[in-house]
Design a protein around this ligand. Structure first.
Ligand SMILES: [Zn+2]
Length: 444
């Protein structure tokens, strides 16, 4: 049997949460919408390598769903991360504010093989830094995306006890190290420090995956036209640049992607308030005490679950009675073609004017005093397109390609290392490589 030679390639995958193409490319699709935040340094970096016109996320365009798709090459009905939070019918009574608090922090919920699993099995030292759903991930180094939800524990305490101990000691050994507060810009600094600590150590990761979150946080709070967006885009560029400076780009391929775009909205649709009005939800003292149908809200989409699916038609008729200007109902056939929410009777997706709210009393539609930013909508909307560029070893220089899909990234990285991801549905992005066979030297 032919034996694969161990790959000596190095790949760095950087996810900039919420990256829309206009942040680094004025001519790409989506870039013409809002370019106030455009960062010329990021643009220069993207131009130096291969940049895609845009990258298509999977539906729903949510952070956890798409990070699982980037990591597995599969849509959500396959990898099982249907949304940011889990819907567990036995835990509805534990919801706060009519929203599930069960963030999918742990890697055990991902049903298909991830690139960090496959790389680790292939003997490739792998590091995952603040990547969603990586608590308990089997990678050589892990510092997961974790934050206080209902507990009083500090973010740093949570990170410390769920991370690989020798990575935490590498960080805290630095006399200037200060633990981050629950602040996305500080947490992005931590991501940068962790990446640099590993890249400068004797034992280095060959696959390094990092996730920056401050752009997404700002775009949610103040919209994609917030005056802070250019400041944060510049900070993230400096983090990326620091990582690039720590590697030899003649041996390292660097992939930069987002996970969804952003749109601004100024209304909220309290869809559970409609279900409450129609008697599908029973509420006491602001808590759900019983339910027949419930909306599992995640940003601008909510799968609707029914205790008794034989009543689906009645529930859908009630939801459709108010459908129109602010939301629409996606039926089972649509969800099946979108490869999303396999256990829901239907889903509600707001129009771009609105996002979902969590109230059960008061009006179904509320107007907000200021616009905010959101995602979650159809991956094909121009606003939901995200970005991708690559630079470094084996990557074509000053090259532009058409649209890619985020599910293409895992198979492409797998090809560089010479391992397979049989459950991935994306394709290898052959068009980004200088030669037809990027693994020519890695396998025989
Ligand atoms: Zn995100």
């Amino acid at each position: 049997m032919k034996k694969k030679k161990k790959s000596d390639s190095q790949v760095i995958l950087i996810s900039i949460d919420g990256l829309w193409p206009g942040l680094y490319s004025s001519s790409s699709l989506g870039g013409s919408l809002h370019d106030q935040g455009a960062n010329q340094d990021l643009a220069r970096l993207a131009r130096a390598g291969t940049q895609a016109q845009a990258a298509e996320a999977v539906f729903p365009t949510l952070t956890y769903t798409n990070h699982a798709s980037i990591a597995t090459g599969a849509p959500s009905d396959r990898h099982g991360i249907f949304a940011n939070t889990r819907f567990d019918p036995s835990r509805v009574e534990a919801w706060r504010g009519f929203e599930s608090q069960d963030w999918i922090l742990e890697s055990k919920y991902i049903r298909t093989q991830t690139i960090w699993d496959a790389a680790t099995e292939a003997g490739i030292p792998t590091a995952v830094i603040r990547w969603p759903s990586t608590v308990g991930a089997k990678a050589r180094w892990c510092l997961p995306d974790i934050f206080p939800i209902l507990s009083q524990e500090s973010v740093w305490s949570l990170i410390k006890r769920t991370s690989t101990p020798d990575l935490i000691s590498k960080l805290t050994r630095d006399p200037d190290f200060e633990p981050p507060q629950d602040d996305h810009r500080q947490l992005d600094q931590l991501t940068r420090k962790a990446a640099l600590a590993l890249l400068r150590a004797d034992e280095k990761p060959q696959l390094l995956m990092v996730h920056f979150t401050s752009l997404d946080h700002e775009a949610h709070e103040k919209g994609r036209n917030s005056p802070m967006i250019p400041v944060i885009a510049r900070e993230i560029y400096l983090h990326v640049q620091a990582i690039l400076s720590a590697v030899d780009l003649s041996r390292t391929s660097v992939f930069v992607c987002g996970d969804h775009g952003f749109a601004e909205f100024d209304h909220r649709v309290n869809i559970n308030s409609l279900l409450f009005d129609r008697g599908w939800l029973e509420v006491e003292d602001g808590k759900v005490i019983d339910w027949q149908a419930i909306a599992h809200t995640n940003c601008s989409v909510a799968p609707i679950y029914a205790k008794d699916p034989s009543r689906a038609e009645e529930i859908i008729a009630d939801l459709r009675s108010q459908e129109g200007e602010f939301y629409r109902v996606l039926d089972r056939a649509e969800l099946k073609s979108l490869r999303a929410f396999p256990d829901a009777i239907c889903a509600v997706e707001t129009t771009l004017r609105a996002s979902l709210g969590q109230k059960v009393s008061g009006p179904l539609i509320e107007k907000l005093p200021e616009p905010r930013g959101e995602h979650g909508w159809s991956a094909l909307l121009p606003e939901m397109l995200t970005g991708f560029f690559a630079i470094g070893a084996g990557i074509r220089k000053a090259h532009r390609i058409d649209r890619i899909q985020l599910i293409d990234l895992a198979p492409t990285i797998a090809k560089i290392f010479g391992f397979e991801l049989p459950q991935a549905e994306g394709r290898v992005l052959e068009e980004i490589f200088e030669s037809a066979n990027p693994i020519a030297e890695a396998t025989f």
